[in-house]
Design a protein around this ligand. Structure first.
Ligand code: AMP
Ligand code: ZN
Length: 113
C-alpha cells in the first residue's frame, strides 16, 4: 500500500532521502529531522496505514516486526532507558498520518548515566 503525497511513503520507497538507521522486511527506521532528545529515531511500516491502531488490525505481523526492529535499535543506541511512543490523532500531536513510532532517549549508548 502506498499513498501519493505521503512523506513517509516516500521515505520508505527511497523517493525522499532520510538518515537511515535500520531496515527490516516490514519497517524502516531513520533519524527524526528535528530531534527532541539525544536519541530520536522514527520507525515506520513500509505499508501506508494512518496510525498504529490501523496497522495493528490491518497487518499485525508488520507491527511485531516493527516492534522487534525498534527494540534492537534501542538496545544498540541507548543505555537501556528509552520511550517508544505513537502519537495517534491530531489532538495527540500526530502531524504525519503514516503510522510511526518515536524511539526517544536521553541516554545514548556509552553515555554516563
Ligand atoms: P508526529 O508529530 O508524531 O506526527 O511526528 C512526526 C515527526 O516526523 C516529527 O518529529 C518530525 O520532526 C518528523 N519528520 C517530519 N518530516 C521528516 C523527514 N523528512 N525526515 C525525518 N523526520 C521527519
Ligand atoms: Zn504513507
Amino acid at each position: 500500500m502506498n499513498e501519493t503525497n505521503c512523506i513517509f511513503c516516500k521515505i520508505a520507497n527511497g523517493e525522499i532521502l532520510a538518515r537511515l538507521v535500520a531496515e527490516s522486511e516490514h519497517a524502516v527506521a531513520f533519524h527524526d529531522i528535528a530531534p527532541a532528545q539525544p536519541v530520536h529515531v522514527l520507525i515506520i511500516p513500509r505499508e501506508h496505514h494512518a496510525n498504529v491502531s490501523d496497522l495493528a488490525f490491518a497487518n499485525p505481523a508488520a507491527l511485531v516486526d516493527l516492534m522487534q526492529l525498534a527494540s534492537k535499535i534501542a538496545a544498540e543506541n541507548t543505555n537501556g532507558a528509552f520511550r517508544f511512543t505513537f502519537n495517534t490523532g491530531a489532538e495527540a500531536g500526530q502531524t504525519v498520518f503514516h503510522a510511526h513510532g518515536h524511539i526517544l532517549s536521553k541516554q545514548p549508548k556509552g553515555s554516563i548515566d
